[in-house]
Write a protein that binds this ligand. Structure first.
Ligand code: S3P
Length: 180
């Protein structure tokens, strides 16, 4: 499939499925994918959860911005899945925009994310309980909303469908659409 050379960033709340959609996108397009949390874990030789628990969230955010800066400067990575908080930090949004990447928000309901958070084995130290997590979700929506493109993950869609939709709308050169 001949796709445009645009580089894509996937953002969205914890549990929405950013890494899974990114992996499908990578398979569909042949573009290389990198997951920011995985990169942070490799660079620190410990999990994101342990880093936040032991060093605090401010330290984690500093490292996150540094790894983001590096990966944005590396043209071999064309698909980047962020952590749920990366895009909510203004300096990260500025870096992404300055690097000219196309931003895609995977939008869904809180209940969808909550189900995935509950069933996942990934430890998420920022998740304390359902009501606090719902509040975080609601606070962040207005920031995710700033992304160039929004793709809604509804009940009838799976991550492969969404990846196909992103390819068709964002990456196929004949797509004349401009976002949202
Ligand atoms: C975070 C989301 C996590 C991870 C860290 C902080 C957040 O990634 O980066 O625990 O602030 O929402 P996922 O979105 O993959 O869970």
């Amino acid at each position: 499939m001949r796709v445009s050379d645009k580089r894509i960033v996937l953002t969205g709340f914890m549990g929405v499925g950013k890494s899974t959609v990114a992996r499908h996108l990578s398979r569909l397009t042949g573009k290389r994918h990198v997951d920011l949390d995985a990169l942070i874990e490799t660079s620190l030789s410990r999990s994101v959860a342990t880093t936040i628990e032991e060093e605090g969230i401010d330290f984690f955010r500093e490292v996150e911005t540094e790894r983001l800066r590096e990966v944005l400067a590396d043209p071999k990575f064309s698909i980047l899945s962020l952590g749920g908080g990366t895009w909510t930090v203004e300096r990260n949004r500025d870096l992404i925009r300055e690097s000219g990447l196309v931003t895609v928000w995977l939008e869904t309901t809180f209940d969808h994310c909550w189900r995935n958070i509950r069933s996942s084995r990934k430890k998420r130290p920022l998740v304390k309980n359902k009501e606090q997590t719902r509040k975080l979700f609601e606070e962040r929506e207005k920031l995710y909303c700033l992304a160039d493109w929004h793709f809604v993950i509804g009940s009838g869609y799976n991550s492969f469908d969404i990846a196909q939709q992103i390819v068709a709308d964002v990456l196929l050169p004949e797509s004349g659409k401009t976002g949202r």
